[in-house]
Design a protein around this ligand. Structure first.
Ligand code: DHB
Ligand code: FE
Length: 282
């Protein structure tokens, strides 16, 4: 059977892509963010994942307001990154893992999550930047294949936190039941608190963010007590991307009741966003 090795949550601000492109990682503005990754690189070198299940939110590249699935699972052999208007360089295509994709799709539909399956799927910064942050040395060949799991955070109504956590659990159980010797890393892309638009643009909530990160270790369902509107109020219109972290944490329950924190880092702000990275081992 496949082995879930753990999970990583990370912010995905497009400006990170520009900083990587320009080699600014050690500049004073960027170092407090990029400095959070080396201990996670060391862990990944030992944990050696083959496949990443990427919980992420598309920002209008593959899905737009005309067609907006609540949950979508990629089932492509390859995913191409495209220019979404942030001015960051595109990344090399990422190989998919259709066998695991269909394991997820079949299991999720059986478990009454009526997802959209995507045999073609463009991936945006939310999918590519976590890969670049976790494997900065990669050239044209990524060391992992991916299965993207897209969760709508763009157009209301959004799925409830409890529903997203349950989706994550079902994804984890599907991975654990996959007849394969592959090692699988669950990644959450997004957050933490940020609001890019409106009168609250720049809203950041450090107290809530730190409590949320801590809850993933001690009481992972804590955030499911809040409605989507309460979460938006606390974390900002885009801070709702914390749903990805909840899905990732839910997926780890398939590997056991508790997790060990490998490393975490929190830094305010990069662009308009409270940045965080956290690696959990099962
Ligand atoms: C920013 C953050 C995001 O999560 C995103 O998708 C786009 C921009 C930002 O802070 O600039
Ligand atoms: Fe985002």
């Amino acid at each position: 059977m496949a082995k879930i090795i753990g999970g990583v949550g990370t912010s995905h601000i497009p400006a990170i892509g520009g900083a990587i492109h320009k080699g600014l990682q050690n500049e004073p503005y960027w170092k407090p963010f990029f400095g959070g990754f080396p201990p996670i690189h060391d862990w990944l070198a030992t944990a050696r994942p083959d496949v990443v299940v990427m919980f992420y939110n598309d920002h209008g590249l593959n899905f737009f307001l005309d067609k907006m699935p609540t949950f979508a699972v990629g089932a492509a052999a390859q995913y191409v990154s495209a220019d979404e208007g942030w001015g960051i360089p595109t990344q090399p295509p990422v190989q998919g893992c259709p066998d695991l994709s269909w394991q997820l799709i079949n299991t999720l539909v059986e478990r009454e999550f009526d997802i959209v399956s995507c045999q073609e799927m463009l991936i945006d910064h939310a999918c590519t930047l976590p890969l670049k942050l976790l494997w900065p040395q990669s050239g044209d060949d990524w060391p992992v294949r991916i299965v993207p799991v897209c969760i709508n955070t763009v157009q209301f109504p959004l799925p409830k936190a409890s529903r997203v956590y349950a989706l994550g659990k079902a994804v984890g159980e599907a991975v654990a039941a996959w007849g394969s010797d592959q090692r699988v890393l669950m990644v959450a892309s997004g957050g933490l608190s940020h609001q890019l638009d409106g009168t609250r643009a720049g809203h950041i909530n450090k107290g809530f963010d730190l409590q949320f990160m801590d809850s993933l270790l001690t009481n992972p369902e804590w955030a499911t007590q809040f409605s989507i509107h309460e979460l938006v109020e606390k974390t900002g219109t885009q801070g709702i991307e914390l749903l990805m972290w909840l899905a990732m944490r839910g997926s780890l329950t398939a590997a056991g009741p508790s997790v060990r924190k490998v490393h975490s880092n929190y830094h305010i702000p990069i662009s308009n966003t409270a940045t965080a990275v956290m690696a959990l081992e099962v």
